[in-house]
Ligand binder design. Structure first.
Ligand code: HPA
Ligand code: ZN
Length: 324
């Protein structure tokens, strides 16, 4: 089964590239840039990754990314991830990045995008791995700031495949960003949003109705509203599920208690993803393997999940035909 899961062509639709920063790269970039780290060793960093909830993770996630300063740093971050993903049988990655988390530290947008897109081009040339770029807004900052970031990204609109919404969910409903997403829509940019990870099912409905998203990131709490589930099924709106993330952020106590079997049973369009692999105990393959251990799914189930991701991906029809 492990061989099968490795060979299965996997597309990853929910990946925060800053969350792919492994402690080893964190240390080498800290040294390269003269950034002081509050840790003495790689082991100390890993030991600190013991989270109670989303916010306790976000605190370390924003702290860790302080080592990213130059375009080369963003390039190395993404290229390191693409190489690991490729080795795990990942054929397409949709990486989200958080421009505000870098702008607020004085790192310009062009530095971020230049480094990431250079790695995306090299990964396609060297590894045959395709990718898409999702610019995410931080929902715990103001809508006005997000609007400013969208405007500031004007030179890069052509390079951005979608906009997203992430960071601390509770108290920051999708409706707060209705105007920003309306503008993104007017610009022809597809939209995705985190909803129903820690927040209620009503946030998923808001993301659908007020942000007109084509996918929901997480969405595990949709089961609390049967009418919403029926609508998600009817519209075949994909959910990007992140099994190990949900365990590490205590959305569920253990993977065998995860609602994944119920979500599948409901007929929802599901995909498996790693979210923040450096923080949550593994990449795509680890997530697939953990589901096999927890749920004993057949090869057919994994084939269906992998196909869902390819069908829901931002990729050319030629690439989709090649992968399906
Ligand atoms: N949820 C919300 N925001 C995030 C996450 C997440 O899992 N990872 C990085 N930013
Ligand atoms: Zn996420």
């Amino acid at each position: 089964m492990q061989d099968f899961l490795t060979r299965l062509p996997k597309a990853e639709l929910h990946l925060h590239i800053e969350g792919s920063l492994e402690p080893e790269l964190m240390f080498s970039l800290a040294q390269r840039n003269g950034v002081a780290l509050p840790y003495g060793s790689v082991e100390e960093v890993r030991a600190a990754y013991d989270f109670d909830d989303l916010q306790s993770f976000l605190n370390l996630y924003y702290q860790g990314m302080a080592v990213l300063r130059t375009a080369d740093d963003f390039f190395d971050l993404a290229m390191d991830y693409f190489r690991r993903a490729h080795a795990e049988g990942v054929v397409h990655v949709e990486l989200s990045f958080d421009p505000q988390a870098h702008l607020s530290r004085g790192i310009r947008m062009d530095v971020q995008i230049e480094g990431l897109t250079k790695a995306m081009r090299l990964a396609e040339r060297e590894l045959g791995l395709t990718s898409a770029l999702i610019m995410s807004f931080l929902r715990d900052r103001s809508a006005a700031e997000a609007m400013g970031v969208l405007d500031q990204a004007a030179p890069y609109w052509e390079m951005i495949d979608a906009v997203g919404l992430d960071s601390a969910e509770l108290g920051h409903p999708p409706s707060k960003f209705a105007a920003v997403f309306e503008r993104a829509k007017a610009l022809g940019l597809p939209r995705v949003a985190h909803a129903g990870e820690e927040g209620p099912a009503s946030y998923i409905r808001e993301a659908m109705e007020q942000l007109d998203v084509c996918r929901i990131d997480h969405g595990v709490r949709c089961l609390e509203d049967p009418a919403l589930v029926a609508e998600l099924v009817e519209r075949r709106l994909p959910l990007t599920i992140c099994p190990l993330s949900n365990v590490r952020l205590k959305v569920v106590d253990r993977l065998d208690q995860h609602p994944l079997p119920a979500l599948l049973e409901a007929g929802l369009t599901l995909t498996l993803n790693s979210d923040d692999p450096a923080y949550f105990g593994g990449g795509m393959l680890e997530n697939f393997k953990a589901c096999e251990r927890a749920f004993g799914w057949s090869q057919e189930t994994f084939i269906d999940l992998a196909r869902n991701a390819i069908e829901a991906a931002f990729m050319s029809e030629a690439r989709r035909d090649e992968l399906l």
